[in-house]
Design a protein around this ligand. Structure first.
Ligand code: GLA
Length: 655
């Protein structure tokens, strides 16, 4: 299977989405001059070019793209060629309304924006396959072509009639009989028993709460349908260019897509990452997404999009202060990226994203944004050969699963305050602030390489996952598990006792009497710390080795935290400092070491291959102790025992 190595040849891929169709041809030549100036070695062409390539049904306008592919090749810039299928031309919706998706209340999602396609529409799929086929046939042999980018941020849902038919087919395949479906969905509740497949709907808007098992299957179906669209296009381009790798760009922690499953179908995993420059935890959010993407990729991955300055889709869109673009780009490389790319090369003057930054902002060549992009290009060129293809190793993993998220995020649950991504962020933050490098893993993955596994909350766990966790702990691993976990089986059926009995035994829980969710802002006192969000009325079995009790209130004296051997259960969300301390203790006891001891606050250290990346997330200079003598690949200097990092400063040290 081709991988990223083939596309990059020892350089970090540096560039971005290039939308030349928005500009006159003179600008293309200006673009190339500036790209070379900035060290850009890759552009992604064609992401939103469908109407330009196929202005009328069946027409083909390739001339402009021929010119650009040649121009890029002549300039030594590689092309990641996108299939344009995320934004069908207006004629498609007009002539084929069946290609338009429907919201759960029946509302049509019209053209005039983007991503207005139904994943289940045979007409859409036929047109998408045809343009993909012709693109691959025409450019498969072009020397500028480095790899394929399929569609863009797959994210649509559809509740229309064609999706309904596809959903029924999907369900028939899964359940075989209506009886099995009725059992799995618990349709005895509220008189929902189906007497015909034709009666089943794609979770459209009802009067009151939806059937949660139906919603769960609809989410699985939606992810699978979008994946089918991806695979269909991937297979077409693969047939033409088996030597080139294929990707599609993920949105980070996107609810609609089981990215573990998707990653298996990609040669290279890529992600679009836009932390808020004003967010004090923006760097940690970046680290989390980077850790997750690396884990999905099981190796180097691509930062396919980021912003050189502000985005345009938050309420208030802040620019990146001087140096932050470089810092966050190098953070991605530290955490395994072999590509640092942007949306987009040149900031648009028209359209919905004209206030979204580009590598060249409206201020042009002299603008600070482009000047910083240029500097970054030079930095990446300096470190590329030392870093590409190398691995980041982690001794601790956080477990995450989309199915558990989908099932645990439904209406009608104990607390709508509980938010799956927020919990992942809280636990990841605790480890990040302790200077530990963290992978993510699926609960059914082989976990034996990890000394410690952290499970913030997985409301739904399959029997296979439970067996995996038991095997992991019995095999010597340390497991630390958050509240409201293993509540449901894979049909979202509550397990007897409100939590899987094998896991209760593992943690030393005799009875889980009640969940006591907390209001927003409410705290519960525990011995030595405060919990937030959630608490539980647990009776420990005699076998628990250690407990930390709740103090005061209804749960006074009952265990907030339990340990049995190497298995820990944490029935609340400790405040950030307390969670950090707890996880620091547990990981240390499991033998997990921070990347570097004594790191000052706000400084991140990551090892990638033989290199040590030091990243100062503060605006003031900071001095960091690094025992031994090192060569800083960025500054070219020699470092003995101590280094000073300036505002947002970074060092890439080689022993
Ligand atoms: C996404 C899309 C891009 C662009 C950016 C804006 O990542 O893929 O086309 O809309 O968002 O941030």
């Amino acid at each position: 299977m081709p991988d990223l190595g083939a596309a990059i040849g020892g350089r970090i891929l540096f560039g971005g989405d290039y939308n030349p169709e928005q500009w006159p041809e003179e600008t293309w030549h200006e673009d190339v001059r500036l790209m070379k100036d900035a060290g850009v070695n890759s552009v992604t062409l064609g992401v939103f070019s469908w109407a330009k390539l196929e202005p009328h049904p069946g027409a083909r306008e390739f001339g402009w793209l021929d010119t650009l592919m040649d121009l890029m090749h002549d300039s030594g810039i590689g092309v990641v060629l996108a299939t344009p299928t995320s934004s069908p031309p207006p004629w498609m919706g007009r002539l084929h309304p069946d290609t338009l998706p429907r919201a759960e209340d029946g509302r049509t999602e019209w053209w005039g924006g983007r991503q207005h396609f139904s994943h289940s529409s045979a007409t859409y799929r036929r047109y998408a396959a045809a343009i993909t086929e012709d693109l691959a046939a025409r450019y498969g042999g072009h020397p500028a072509l480095r790899m394929w980018h399929i569609n863009n941020e797959y994210c649509t849902t559809d509740h229309g009639d064609e999706a309904a038919a596809a959903f029924r087919r999907w369900l028939r395949e899964k359940y075989g009989t209506l009886e099995a479906l009725n059992t799995a969905w618990g349709t005895a509740f509220w008189s929902q028993g189906y007497d015909s497949w034709d009666g089943i709907l794609p979770a459209r808007q009802p009067h009151y709460l939806k059937n949660p098992a139906q919603v769960l299957d609809f989410r699985r179906f939606t992810s699978d349908m979008l994946l089918e669209c991806y695979v269909a296009e991937r297979d077409i381009v693969r047939r033409h260019t088996p030597h080139l790798s294929v990707t599609t760009n993920f949105m980070p922690l996107w609810f609609g897509q089981d990215a573990w499953r998707w990653a298996e179908e990609e040669d290279v995993v890529s992600v679009d990452l836009y932390p808020d420059p004003r967010d004090p935890l923006g760097a940690q959010h970046g680290a989390l997404v980077q850790d997750m993407t690396r884990s999905q990729a099981r190796g180097p991955w691509m930062l396919m999009e980021q912003a050189a300055g502000p985005v345009n889709w938050r309420g208030v869109n802040h620019p990146k202060p001087r140096g932050l673009n470089r810092l966050w780009s190098l953070q991605a490389v530290a955490r395994g990226a072999d590509a640092v790319c942007y949306f987009q090369w040149r900031q648009s003057r028209q359209g919905a994203e004209k206030f979204h930054s580009g590598m060249i902002s409206h201020a042009g060549e002299e603008g600070r944004t482009f000047q910083e992009v240029k500097r970054l290009g030079a930095d990446l060129a300096r470190i590329g050969e030392h870093v590409t293809g190398t691995a980041v190793r982690a001794d601790v993993a956080i477990l995450h699963d989309w199915h558990a998220w989908w099932a645990g995020a439904q209406d009608g649950r104990p607390s709508s305050e509980v938010d799956h991504p927020a919990l992942l962020h809280a636990w990841h933050r605790a480890l990040w602030e302790s200077g530990l490098t963290t992978d993510f893993a699926h609960p059914e993955h082989d976990l034996s390489a990890y000394k410690c596994v952290a499970l913030p909350r997985l409301y739904l766990l399959t029997d296979a996952a439970i067996g995996n966790l038991l095997g992991y702990v019995h095999g010597g691993g340390t497991l630390v598990c958050g509240f409201h976990t293993a509540v449901a089986d894979e049909d979202d059926r509550v397990r007897p006792g409100g939590m899987d009995a094998r896991l209760r035994e593992l943690f030393g829980i005799r009875t889980l009497h009640e969940w006591w969710p907390l209001d927003a802002g409410e705290r519960v006192e525990c011995e030595g710390f405060h919990g937030t969000l959630w608490s539980e009325e647990i009776e420990a079995a005699g076998t628990a080795d250690e407990t930390i009790p709740y103090k005061g209130g209804e749960l006074d004296g009952l265990p907030a935290v339990l340990r049995r051997g190497r298995a820990w259960y944490v029935s609340t969300l400790p405040e950030p400092e307390a969670l950090r301390a707890l996880l620091a203790r547990i990981t240390a006891e499991a033998g997990v070491r921070p990347v570097l001891d004594g790191l000052p606050e706000g400084v991140e250290a990551v090892r990638r291959g033989a290199l040590l990346f030091l990243l100062n997330h503060r605006r003031d200079p900071v001095s960091v102790e690094v025992p031994g003598t090192h060569h800083d690949l960025l500054s070219g200097g020699t470092i003995s025992d101590r280094i000073t990092l300036g505002r947002y400063g970074t060092a890439v040290l080689r022993p």
